[in-house]
Design a protein around this ligand. Structure first.
Ligand SMILES: [Fe+2]
Ligand SMILES: [Fe+2]
Length: 268
């Protein structure tokens, strides 16, 4: 089976480029499971219920997020559903290693129309990020939950983290235990995609689906001003040179072992 993961959709430029390219990528690769990181869908900062609905309408099975998840407060109620729900609000994930009691969940276990079970885990790193619980031990705990509850073998992990070292480390830590361990958050795709010896597809960062004539999505002038002066200022989403960054993983649905990983970057 094939899994497509689309990197952080950034603002209207990101939404536009994904809308344009996603249909033919899905069709030409017979994608079974589609996971999209939507943490920057709303003008670069957060995601609204309306935008989550739009991303689900594109065909996403699960939306992962990261540190921008709470930027738009409208999403709090949308995600405040019961653990047993399979509705759309339940399938917007926030990092699982956030404080207990925050809205939403970091693990979703579902099944495709053909009965194939899968699980998606969203985690956040701790290096150069705001504080959260240990993503390594949280991954162990959630893999225990998956084994106990659904027995899904196809498991995709989105580690939303700044440091390459932390993402590479979690890749090795989970090798042979998950189908894919993909990094997000830096908005820059890395060229290190590979299947690790235990059968886990790995890439340090999938990259953003958004405007690349920018500083990781933000208008270059505004970001430069902050670097040059240290003064606060409003960040706005850029528009130029949009690309859709995604990663395609092939795996055995019965064992969850990955057999291939391919990086995709499509633009105008
Ligand atoms: Fe992001
Ligand atoms: Fe992020």
């Amino acid at each position: 089976m094939n899994i497509l993961f689309v990197g952080d959709v950034f603002g209207s430029a990101g939404r536009h480029i994904v809308r344009e390219h996603l249909p033919h990528v899905l069709e030409s690769n017979t994608v079974d499971l589609l996971v999209i990181n939507g943490e920057n869908a709303a003008g670069g900062f957060g995601i609204t219920p309306q935008l989550a609905e739009e991303i689900f309408d594109w065909g996403a099975d699960v939306i992962t997020t990261g540190n921008h998840i709470w930027d738009k407060r409208e999403i709090f109620d949308y995600m405040a559903v019961s653990a047993e729900s399979h509705g759309r609000g339940r399938r917007v994930l926030r990092p699982a290693n956030y404080a207990a009691g925050t809205p939403g969940f970091g693990l979703y276990q579902g099944s495709l129309a053909n009965g194939q079970r899968y699980a998606v885990i969203n985690l956040q790193g701790r290096v150069f990020m705001s504080s959260c619980d240990d993503p390594f031990r949280k991954a162990d705990e959630l893999l225990g939950t998956v084994a106990r509850e659904s027995g899904a073998k196809v498991i995709l992990v989105d580690l939303h983290a700044e440091a390459s070292s932390e993402k590479v480390a979690l890749g090795w830590y989970l090798d042979g235990r998950v189908t894919a361990m993909l990094g997000t958050h830096t908005h820059i795709p890395t060229a290190d995609e590979r299947v690790l010896p235990g059968g886990t597809a790995f890439q340090t960062d999938v990259g953003m689906s958004g405007p690349y004539d920018s500083v990781i999505g933000v208008e270059t002038e505004l970001a430069l001003h902050r670097f040059l002066t240290g003064m606060p200022g409003k960040f706005e989403a850029a528009k130029g040179n949009p690309k859709m960054c995604a990663t395609l993983i092939s795996c055995d649905g019965a064992t969850g072992r990955s057999s291939g990983i391919r990086r995709i970057m499509l633009g105008e």
